[in-house]
Design a binder for this molecule. Structure first.
Ligand SMILES: [Fe+2]
Length: 592
């Protein structure tokens, strides 16, 4: 039985395909269209899934959409009516997308895939999130917590999964949303909402949480772990352009300009920014204030999440927690939940955001709705499209790109290790691309984590990013505890997907300067031989040669672009940057 899950028309569009309840393929649409966070109908991702399984649209038994369009329409109508006339613009704009896309999703699915009306099912947004974690977890029973911006009405839920059933017991509703609170600060700090949340998390360690009292003015927690926003400070319920209002600005001051370069007295002025401006000190002080704000909202977010998780632990009595929703991508908060909430273990799958809703919708339909036993546990993120050896070879020859090809893996890996050791920055594309926002060694840029200059080199040459974006370490799973403070590291599923941020052991911080963040932490990826054989062997060889089985891993893309998919995407990124070498399957291309 084939089930296709779809999420679109909101944040990240994605499609996944299950065969008899087992995941065959999963991909976000942005990888194909090259439009970051593409939320349109995931035509390409669907085509890829079908092609991967060797079937046609008509062969699919059910297509499941990740939320209920009419219920969401209801929320938009209600909130816009309540806040009319400020909301007329949001109303008009929503109506345009609603009438054109969302209400016709069933019709679009039928015509695109050639399926009948009764084969199109609808899950609910937070049920899809819940299912996307619990139903592919290894647990027979577990607590579930979902937290995001907003679905139809709901902004957070908790409940219990047992066997193939999910029972959500409690929910929080719009406008009281932790995701939207964090997004308001993301916008205030000069970043794009739904994109810059990582930057806020990365910026926080440069500051001190000096303004938590102020943040607690706009949000307060209730006795049962839930919370309420003071809507006098926000405008996301009646504006498409601004998430916070003048009262918010009176409390927190002027917003950070979007193009303002980030540096503090602590970071100094990065060389790759050019020459320091005349008003360096004034700007550094300003940035310090914004870093303190970032630290404060991050701290409050963590406090709220830990409080919610403690409540979920009390209310459910479960020992394990499955988490999903965009907020579950806050890897700093995840670590605190693990350490402080009383849960022994957490499970988060790599696409915890709305893209992952496609997976949850499909699993919910198969396991819960159709009552079939659970058949799938997510152990890795490699569910996207692969570039075949032939495809890469043809691409390089047709475009007359000078290259070397390696017949044996040993020689290839030895060569890459040599390059990394000599300070080269290597684009690395192998196998199927990753599911979710992180590159986990199949579409990654790799470098030597031991090199103290490497942060600046990669930032300047490749990513053109600012210093607050830390680079992540990939470490052989069984060696993780030597370098990172994460007891039983191999047991922790979120560490496979860079979803925990933990301290780098004090004595190893000097060994790994390129991946140690300003506060001494690292967002590690544990690499397993079984799930990532080639990447594992590469790090293993690097470890044999240097004594340190850790490499710097950052996503294979340029600033503002989606992670690469095809040989052509990878080659373009390689050409546009100052990356030294490009490894595509068994081929190596070098800068002339
Ligand atoms: Fe969501």
């Amino acid at each position: 039985m084939y089930i296709l899950g779809i999420s679109c028309y909101y944040h990240d569009a994605a499609a996944v395909l299950l065969k008899d309840g087992v995941l065959e393929a999963a991909a976000e649409e942005e990888r194909f269209t090259r439009v970051k966070h593409d939320y349109g109908f995931p035509k390409n991702a669907i085509q890829f899934c079908l092609k991967h399984a060797g079937i046609r649209g008509q062969d699919v038994d059910y297509v499941v959409f990740f939320e209920k369009p009419f219920r969401k329409l209801d929320r938009i109508l209600m909130t816009t009516l309540q806040t009319y006339p400020q909301s007329w613009k949001v109303f008009r704009e929503s109506m345009i997308t609603w009438m054109v896309d969302k209400l016709w999703v069933a019709t679009t699915v039928q015509s695109e895939l050639g399926v009948k009306k009764e084969q199109v099912l609808f899950s609910e947004h937070h049920l899809s999130h819940a299912a996307s974690a619990y139903l592919c977890s290894p647990y027979e029973e577990a607590a579930i917590m979902t937290v995001d911006g907003v679905g139809e009405w709901v902004t957070g839920t908790y409940g219990v999964g047992k066997g193939n059933e999910i029972k959500l017991q409690k929910q929080m509703e719009f406008p009281h949303s932790l995701g939207l609170l964090y997004s308001a600060f993301t916008a205030f700090l000069g970043f794009e909402v739904n994109e810059g949340e990582y930057k806020v998390m990365g910026m926080a360690p440069y500051g001190e949480p000096k303004y938590v009292e102020k943040v607690w003015k706009v949000v307060r927690v209730n006795g049962d772990g839930s919370f309420s926003l003071d809507m006098d400070y926000f405008s996301f319920h009646h504006s498409t352009e601004k998430t916070y209002n003048r009262k918010f600005e009176e409390l927190f001051g002027e917003a950070r300009a979007p193009k303002m370069l980030f540096f503090t007295e602590g970071t100094g002025f990065p060389k790759y920014f050019g020459t320091a401006p005349g008003n360096y000190q004034e700007l550094a002080a300003k940035n310090q204030y914004y870093a303190d704000i970032a630290a404060s909202i991050q701290k409050v977010t963590e406090e709220i999440l830990v409080g919610m998780a403690k409540q979920v632990r009390r209310a459910t009595g479960q020992k394990r927690l499955c988490m999903a929703g965009g907020v579950a991508l806050n890897s700093v908060a995840n670590t605190r939940i693990l350490q402080e909430s009383g849960f022994e273990e957490l499970f988060v799958q790599p696409a915890a955001g709305d893209g992952g809703g496609a997976l949850g919708a499909a699993l919910w339909a198969y396991n819960t709705l159709l009552g079939k036993p659970r058949a799938f546990c997510m152990e890795h993120a490699y569910w996207g499209r692969a570039n075949s050896e032939g495809e890469v070879g043809d691409f390089l020859r047709e475009n007359q790109i000078p290259h070397r090809s390696f017949s044996g893996e040993e020689e290839l890996l030895d060569e890459v290790v040599r390059q990394l050791m000599s300070g080269k920055v290597v684009g690395w594309s192998q196998g199927r691309f990753e599911w979710g926002p992180r590159a986990l060694g199949n579409r990654s840029i790799l470098a030597d984590a031991r090199n103290p200059e490497m942060k600046d080199i990669v930032n300047a040459k490749i990513k053109f990013r600012e210093p607050y974006r830390p680079f992540a370490p990939s470490v052989l799973a069984q060696c993780a505890e030597k370098y990172f403070e994460l007891p039983n590291a191999m047991r922790h599923n979120p560490a496979r997907y860079m979803l925990y941020v933990v301290p780098v052991r004090k004595k190893e911080q000097g060994t790994l300067p390129a991946i140690t963040h300003v506060d001494g932490t690292g967002r590690l990826q544990t690499v397993f031989a079984e799930q990532s054989p080639r990447y594992y062997r590469l790090i293993e060889k690097f470890g044999q040669a240097t004594g340190v089985p850790v490499v710097l891993n950052t996503s294979f893309n340029l600033k503002g672009e989606p992670i690469v998919n095809t040989p052509s995407n990878a080659f373009n990124t390689f050409s546009k940057s100052e990356m030294d070498a490009l490894v595509l399957e068994n081929f190596i291309v070098e800068k002339q």
